[in-house]
Write a protein that binds this ligand. Structure first.
Ligand code: NI
Length: 376
């Protein structure tokens, strides 16, 4: 595939975004391109998504490259000539870029398989954007990937222009957990609130008090975010409702803090509900772990990037979540930001990823995998 063809492939995926676990067309397109190049596929155990493998002629390590494939339920407003043709769906996080980038890397590695010592497995993962542990958790545990010794993934980043990579060791993305609190009271006529148990004051107090978990209960140098994003109670003005609902997200970079804040949230919900005569039902959807980059592998990636002429910048931590961390439970790795310019953040209806960054990014991951597979 020429660079122009690679960019055309990306633009085609961008026109046809598919949500998590619905990536059938995307899977079909990638499969076709891989098969045309004579690249072998391994069973992934999923209906969408693929695992490709390129085996070198000499022994070496097994390296995993991972791309995600799914889009978001966002109505695109970029005005691009290759904007989404699917109403209410958009590649607003650049997973079309990631898929094309790792396809490009696979094709380059196939061309250079005679030089390759070791094996490279390229994972095209479905369902990254789903809150309940999507494709990453499933594929990371796949027997087809059991021998992978190092993992690498890239992510589009509007904060850098094309030609810049963000590489940083340590925690780079958060563990995104979701919580739901139902506060159960007792309905009544709004004129006689004393005959019921109003859950609304409890929900309001809890919403405000939860912020003290962030400001009063943890080290100020430890990042954590708690957002109540959905608050609901009642149906009309003259009825005390039976129940109030709070939903939100709790995001941390460290496992011990994550557990402690979950416990404190639960304890606070129960005690505030009880203080108001209500009962609280608390549940969590536990997201993927935080993404923690390996220092030595980041150093290797930085060296490769500089040698290929990239500008390397540090990446800031973000409190976004990313299920690449599921793979890092099995082998160390590095999550690298690819400068794709544009000016609008990921998940925004006007998010764009500069196609000019694609050929370079594909070359970088191919080169990195080649070097790391042959490294001692
Ligand atoms: Ni993403």
């Amino acid at each position: 595939m020429t660079e122009q063809q690679l960019i055309a492939f990306f633009q085609d995926l961008h026109r046809h975004p598919e949500l998590g676990y619905e990536e059938t067309r995307t899977t079909q397109k990638v499969r076709q391109a891989l098969e045309q190049a004579g690249i072998d596929l391994l069973p992934s155990g999923l209906r969408t998504g693929l695992i490709a493998v390129i085996r070198g002629k000499k022994p070496g390590k097994t390296i995993g490259l991972r791309a995600d494939m799914d889009a978001l339920p966002v109505q695109e407003e970029t005005g691009l000539p290759y904007a989404s043709e699917e109403k209410g769906k958009m590649h607003a996080c650049g997973h079309d870029f990631h898929t094309t980038c790792m396809l490009g890397a696979a094709l380059l590695l196939k061309e250079r398989e005679n030089e390759l010592a070791g094996t490279v497995k390229i994972v095209f993962q479905p369902g990254e954007e789903l809150s309940d542990g999507g494709g990453g958790k499933f594929l990371a545990a796949s027997p087809a990937l059991a021998d992978v010794q190092e993992y690498y993934a890239g992510h589009t980043y509007p904060g850098f222009p094309a030609g810049t990579l963000g590489i940083k060791e340590g925690p780079v993305m958060a563990a995104p957990d979701t919580f739901t609190v139902r506060i159960l009271g007792k309905g009544a006529h709004a004129g006689n609130p004393h005959l019921g148990i109003d859950p609304i004051p409890a929900a309001a107090t809890l919403t405000l008090s939860l912020q003290t978990l962030i400001t009063r209960n943890k080290d100020a140098f430890e990042p954590a975010v708690l957002s109540v994003t959905h608050l609901q109670a009642g149906t009309t003005w003259n009825v005390v409702p039976e129940e109030a609902l709070l939903e939100g997200t709790l995001r941390t970079l460290r496992e011990d803090l994550r557990l402690r804040l979950r416990q404190q949230l639960e304890a606070m919900a129960h005690s505030i509900a009880q203080a108001h005569g209500c009962q609280a039902l608390v549940s969590f959807t536990v997201g993927p772990p935080p993404v923690i980059n390996d220092a030595a592998l980041c150093a290797a990636a930085r060296e490769t990037a500089l040698r290929l002429g990239f500008r390397v910048d540090r990446q800031d931590n973000t409190m976004g979540g990313e299920d690449f961390s599921e793979y890092l439970a099995y082998a160390p790795g590095a999550f690298i930001r690819i400068g794709t310019g544009g000016g609008f953040p990921n998940h925004h209806p006007r998010f764009t990823a500069d196609p000019a960054a694609l050929p370079g990014a594909a070359r970088f991951f191919a080169e990195l995998a080649l070097e790391r597979a042959g490294s001692k």
